[in-house]
Design a protein around this ligand. Structure first.
Ligand SMILES: Nc1nc2c(ncn2[C@@H]2O[C@H](COP(=O)(O)OP(=O)(O)OP(=O)(O)O)[C@@H](O)[C@H]2O)c(=O)[nH]1
Ligand SMILES: [Mg+2]
Length: 543
């Protein structure tokens, strides 16, 4: 019985939470009010009485801990069973039996990181319907099946199971006075408890006596706005589209303008692009797929390793990217920019898009450029030399960042000045998060570079977070938006610093900057042609 408490959720005033999925707390959501650094527990997967230690390392920034509660987020059928919890950390715990909510009221107001160990005791009953395992939950669930005001059951004298039977009988009589076949009725009494619930809903009448269609209520799962686990990487406020059904039964498609999400899904990517994504294992993939292709998922940036190789550094194809990456200067103001000795390639984009990570993974020299999951870490223009030929420039990001407005304005102005007036800047790699696509601030920078004739190339990052089809749509969408831009350098390249997918393409493309034979192609994608999925020696352009 997997996934009993499939998600636990830690909330502080509804803003701070840690989600637990498939038995492990895997995602951590932080807020400006505090942060959780480590959460570890394995939640029950088998029926029975269980006790577990749930340890949270939590750093409050104000007296927020008082309101912290642990809530099983996805209420499973057994979640009404009593839970109990005792506290071995700071504060006390009030078990809220019957509701499945644990309230640890902590008295601590210190701003230090604290470890709280909760001894969570929960009893997990057998699944309803299995022999000898009728529980209180079962009858609770059955009670919920009963619509209000039917009057067909008497609470005091009937068990949940009997009530369900009576309810089904009366419902069927009303909806299908004579049409229900005997075989179907046998089926109704024969199926297990879970099946009964589905059947009961399927037996509901779809139209009344006048032939009018009755609106069926769609079940909407309300997710936390920052929870993108089951979303397809699109705008959070446009995730669910329901087309209303008019009285005549026609869908009012024309009346309502399509949402951003619906428009996005209408994009049809080309076959070449889809093939390229498949061949290079771009997009969100299972580890199994990586293994089948001969990659070792335990390595850093695994898809950037040629299968079977032991020395990953030696496998970097473009010789220029094998050389040592050295930090030489950081500029906060225009006057502190270093002299123009090297050919420069700059990495621009929104904060947290993965600029610094890309510089590290391109050279496979980790931790040279500093990275963080907090937007706004890079606040100066950082120059890194690669041998004596090339300089990779890590620009501060624009958009949301944890920095003062004045500081942000200063660095944004500096970036604009740098990309428009630096004489030895040969290319700007404009990084776009594959999940969010081009944003207005990206378009502003593009306009600026168009007017100053700075050459730029679009690099889609974090491609490992998106399903392959959505990734292809995103690439197509961006190329459509930018199809008439003159300074845009093709091809658009999709990479993931985490998985290493697409990095060899980017190296090949950037190596041309050094050799001086970069061209502006009009509308195309690159396709790798070689023996292995990532041995890209030949680049072809498909218009
Ligand atoms: N899943 C995934 N995460 C990534 C990828 N690239 C970067 N990240 C993560 O994104 C976060 C931000 O990365 P950075 O390289 O610091 O981003 P940045 O653009 O330099 O950010 P600023 O310096 O704030 O402008 C880090 O937590 C990285 O681990 C990627 O390809 N896939
Ligand atoms: Mg950075």
């Amino acid at each position: 019985m997997p996934g009993c408490f499939s998600r636990l959720c830690l909330r502080t005033s509804g803003r701070l939470r840690a989600a637990c999925q498939r038995g492990f707390i895997s995602d951590v959501y932080a807020s400006p009010q505090g942060s959780i650094s480590t959460v570890a527990d394995q939640i029950a997967k088998t029926p029975g009485e269980l006790e577990r230690n749930l340890t949270l390392s939590f750093k409050p920034s104000s007296n927020t801990l008082k309101q912290t509660s642990i809530v099983p987020e996805k209420f499973a059928w057994h979640s009404r069973l009593p839970l109990s919890c005792s506290d071995r950390g700071v504060g006390s715990v009030l078990p809220f039996a019957g509701q499945g909510i644990l309230y640890p009221f902590a008295s601590s107001t210190s701003l230090r990181t604290e470890n709280f160990t909760f001894r969570v005791h929960y009893s997990v009953a057998h699944r309803p319907g299995k022999a000898g395992s009728k529980s209180r939950v079962q009858s609770d669930r059955n009670t919920r099946l009963q619509p209000r005001g039917t009057g067909s059951t008497r609470r005091s004298s009937q068990t949940g199971k009997t009530r369900l039977k009576v309810l089904q009988k009366t419902d069927r009589k009303r909806a299908f006075p004579s049409s229900l076949s005997p075989s179907k009725s046998r089926h109704v009494t024969g199926v297990k408890e879970r099946g009964k619930r589905r059947l009961a809903s399927s037996l509901k009448p779809e139209s009344n006596d006048d032939g009018e269609r009755i609106k069926r209520r769609r079940k909407r799962i309300k997710a936390h706005p920052r929870d993108i686990t089951f979303k397809r990487g699109l705008d959070p406020d446009t995730s669910s589209i329901s087309l209303p059904v008019s009285a005549s039964g026609e869908k009012a498609k024309e009346d309502k303008p399509l949402s951003q999400n619906a428009k996005f899904r209408q994009i049809e990517p080309s076959r070449e692009l889809l093939r390229q994504i498949e061949e290079n294992l771009l997009g969100r993939r299972r580890l199994l797929e990586w293994r089948r292709a001969g990659f070792d998922p335990t390595r850093t940036s695994p898809l950037d390793d040629v299968p079977g190789s032991k020395d990953s550094r030696a496998q970097i194809q473009e010789t220029v990217f094998r050389q040592k990456l050295t930090f030489i200067a950081a500029a906060k103001i225009a006057s502190s920019l270093p002299p123009t000795r090297y050919t420069e390639i700059a990495f621009a984009g929104r904060s947290n898009v993965g600029k610094s990570s890309l510089i590290n993974s391109l050279t496979r020299q980790w931790h040279v450029a500093r990275t963080s999951d907090k937007p706004g870490l890079t606040q100066t223009i950082n120059f890194f030399t690669l041998g004596n030929q090339l300089c990779l420039v890590d620009l501060p990001g624009y958009g949301f960042a944890f920095a003062k407005d004045q500081v942000k304005e200063n660095w944004e102005e500096l970036v604009q000045e740098y990309v428009t007036s630096r004489p030895n800047l040969k290319r700007v790699c404009l990084l776009v998060d594959a999940k969010w696509g081009l944003k207005p601030r990206d378009q502003q920078l593009i306009q600026l570079m168009e007017s100053s004739r700075t050459r730029y190339q679009i690099i889609l990052t974090k491609t490992d977070l998106l399903p392959p089809l959505d990734l292809a749509r995103r690439a197509t969408q961006i190329l459509q938006i930018l199809k008439d831009h003159r300074s845009l350098i093709q091809p658009l390249i999709m990479v993931s610093s985490k998985s290493g997918a697409g990095l060899s393409h980017l190296r090949a493309s950037l190596a041309r900057v050094v050799s001086g034979d970069s061209q502006v192609f009009r509308g195309g994608f690159i396709l790798a042609t070689s023996c292995g999925p990532l041995r890209t020696d030949t680049l072809m352009v498909f218009p």
